[in-house]
Write a protein of this length. Structure first.
Length: 148
């Protein structure tokens, strides 16, 4: 059987698999949006192996839920998902992408994100559940400006 990899938008039917993958990666799931319209999935033969989402907040976005299944970590899949999310953000007219992380700051620094002070985060991002309560106040906030 030929191995088929797909990168596709998430649907509501994908929600249980996304939640399982995020939980296995130790990421929060309680604030997943009702509609997964800005979530992308990487599948192998129909099985979810990676996910990433954008929470669009006007002209900025919160990158969230970047997770790769254990056997695929270190394969470059996370970077592929991240790049696809940035392409989507650019298409949506987003000028800056923010993220909150406890563990992946080195990965995101290599992708051009810069650490910022929590107080320098836009009010729209500060109002998200991830910023205001789900992620601990010790989590790092990072930002990447997108080209015009």
């Amino acid at each position: 059987m030929e191995t088929v990899f797909t990168l596709q938008p998430a649907t509501d039917a994908d929600r249980p698999a996304i939640i399982t993958l995020l939980q296995e990666a130790g990421l929060p799931t309680q604030d997943l949006p009702d509609h997964l319209e800005h979530f992308l999935l990487k599948k192998k033969n129909g099985q979810l192996i990676g996910t990433v989402g954008l929470e669009r907040l006007g002209d900025v976005a919160l990158l969230r839920s970047l997770a790769v299944a254990e056997p695929w970590r270190g394969s470059g899949l996370g970077k592929q998902l991240f790049q696809a999310a940035l392409t989507d953000a650019h298409r949506l007219g987003v000028t800056s992408v923010y993220l909150i992380t406890n563990t992946a700051d080195r990965f995101f620094a290599k992708q051009g994100f810069q650490r910022i002070e929590r107080t320098a985060t836009p009010a729209m991002v500060q109002a998200t559940a991830q910023f205001s309560g789900i992620c601990p106040s010790s989590a790092l906030v990072m930002r990447k400006s997108l080209p015009e």
